[in-house]
Design a protein around this ligand. Structure first.
Ligand SMILES: [Zn+2]
Length: 68
């Protein structure tokens, strides 16, 4: 899961630029901050970090594709 580094452009008195780091939702084009870790692709043991909205969608999609 990617760390998102947001450079604020604000330079502190010690000369260091202030950088905010947070998880960002892995959902394409979603700019929300990730709040949930979800194991989406079980076969490759892949974890994803998604926001609460997309965490719910992931759960829905999982149960929808359960047509085996
Ligand atoms: Zn999202």
């Amino acid at each position: 899961m990617p760390w998102v580094a947001i450079k604020t452009g604000i330079v502190a008195p010690d000369g260091q630029e202030t950088i905010l780091t947070e998880y960002q939702c892995d959902w394409p084009a979603c700019a929300h901050v990730a709040e949930h870790l979800v194991g989406v692709v079980r076969d490759v043991a892949m974890m994803r970090a998604v926001c609460s909205e997309h965490a719910a969608m992931t759960h829905n999609r999982k149960s929808d594709s359960r047509a085996e």
